[in-house]
Design a protein around this ligand. Structure first.
Ligand code: TXA
Ligand code: MG
Length: 336
């Protein structure tokens, strides 16, 4: 398949992309979190094409993207809690799971009776959804298991030749996927941490809980099927290093061949070979923005077989960075 690549979309190309989506095709597009791979969420065959293009297991459900939070009630049974979350956080990097209506095919929800709803704030995403005139089912636009794409070049690397169109844009602002909260359970629960923090969600719904799968390995049937799968991983084996800075410097000093992921202020580590910087230690948002791009950058160097990453702090937005990193590391942590 020949993929049309639009690096700088204008109104005409977005209208064309909307037509492609309406007619059952696949279009990748930027959002404020990561790039998405879109299809018409009302079309079961289009949704199936997403799974094929990504190599994604078909029981892992998709998020539907809407132009306006008030559209959610057309596809899901909304609740007062949803309205309160929408009022505060939509449009923005929040996904809410609700009981689904019959117009959303089960192919989109991986057979579940619930549907994930998100209203992106990115102007290109919003214009595209409006142009399509239908809700857009969109997972991250990576090959399944690889780090999510945060730059146009990442999408081209993974999706060129597999989909109809790639719409490019600037690097994604947030850099990690949306926060996911489910309202389809008895007690509202955060299934995936993101830019919108658990603390912020509790300001709206005080009794929100945090799924145990966020911090650790999930045993049993997860609320979010995506948590079962190996995720966010580059080809090299990632290990997290937990300990004081000087011990980490000593540990890394005799590992010139290994990849190293450190923070802006880590002068000694930055001076070592094969080191990439991922934001500053006290600014989790700066880490989130770069994490996936740096993991992909390590993949460009096939000589690198292992990557050591400094442990991020896990409060606030740091929880999202920590959650992605421990998954990339397959939960391997060395305590120094
Ligand atoms: O920021 C984002 O959310 C990006 C952009 C493109 O919007 N999308 C994204 O989609 O990250 P994806 O498919 O890579 O991750 C969606 C996650 C998966 O872990 C999936 O299992 C979970 O959401 N999910 C979707 N629908 C669900 C449902 N009905 N119940 C439980 N989990 C659900
Ligand atoms: Mg994904």
């Amino acid at each position: 398949m020949i993929t049309e690549i639009i690096k700088e979309p204008d109104e005409a190309s977005l209208l064309r992309a909307g037509e492609i989506l309406k007619n059952g095709g696949l279009v990748a597009f930027p959002t404020e979190t990561v790039y998405g791979l879109g299809a018409n969420a009302l079309d079961a065959d289009a949704a199936k094409k997403i799974y094929a293009a990504k190599g994604r297991p078909s029981d892992n459900p998709l998020i539907i993207h809407l132009a306006d939070a008030s559209d959610a009630q057309k596809y899901a049974y909304t609740t007062p809690d949803f309205d309160a979350l929408a009022e505060r956080f939509m449009p923005g990097p929040l996904t809410v799971i609700l009981p689904k209506r019959d117009n959303i095919p089960s192919e989109v929800t991986g057979g579940l009776e619930s549907v994930a709803v998100r209203v992106p704030v990115h102007p290109t995403a919003n214009a595209l959804i409006r142009a399509a005139g239908v809700p857009i089912a969109a997972p991250s636009a990576n090959i399944s298991g690889r780090p999510s794409p945060t730059r146009t070049e990442h999408v081209i690397a993974d999706m060129d030749g597999r989909i109809d169109m790639i719409i490019g844009g600037d690097d994604c602002d947030v850099g990690v996927e949306s926060t996911i909260i489910t309202l389809a359970t008895e007690v509202p629960c955060v299934l995936r941490p993101g830019k919108i923090t658990v603390e912020e969600l509790r300001e709206v719904i005080p009794d929100v809980t945090l799924s145990s799968a966020v911090m650790g390995k999930y045993e049993g049937a997860p609320l979010s099927p995506g948590m079962r799968y190996k995720h966010y991983s580059p080809s090299a084996a990632v290990t997290l290093l937990d300990g004081d800075y000087q011990s980490i410097v000593k540990f890394l000093a005799d590992k010139p061949e290994s990849g190293k992921l450190c923070f802006e202020g880590d002068t000694e580590i930055k001076a070592m070979p094969n080191t990439l910087v991922c934001g500053s230690e006290d600014n989790a948002e700066s880490q989130a923005k770069l994490l996936f791009a740096q993991l992909r950058e390590f993949d460009e160097n096939t000589e690198i077989k292992e990557i050591y990453a400094r442990m991020p702090q896990s409060g606030g937005v740091g929880l999202a960075v920590f959650n992605r990193l421990i998954r990339a590391a397959g939960f391997t942590i060395i305590t120094l």
